[in-house]
Write a protein of this length. Structure first.
Length: 67
């Protein structure tokens, strides 16, 4: 994990319930967003452009991933 990701301010959704099985996100330079598994904070993270993140959040809000 690079230094930008190690120093990022990671957060969990307020709807996560505070358990260990959460996804964490961090806002990065240039409008990018990092996403990682809270069970493995030193492990890999995915980094998305601002546009990719906005599209994902919009799809979640629209119920596109509801089962």
């Amino acid at each position: 994990m690079n230094s930008e990701l190690r120093q990022a301010l990671w957060f969990k959704s307020s709807k996560s319930g505070g358990g260990k099985e959460c996804v964490e996100a961090a806002f990065l330079a240039g409008g990018r967003v990092g996403v990682r598994d809270s069970k493995n904070p030193g492990g890999p993270a995915h980094v998305f452009s601002g546009g990719q993140w906005d599209a994902f959040v919009g799809a979640v809000a629209a119920g596109k991933f509801d089962r």
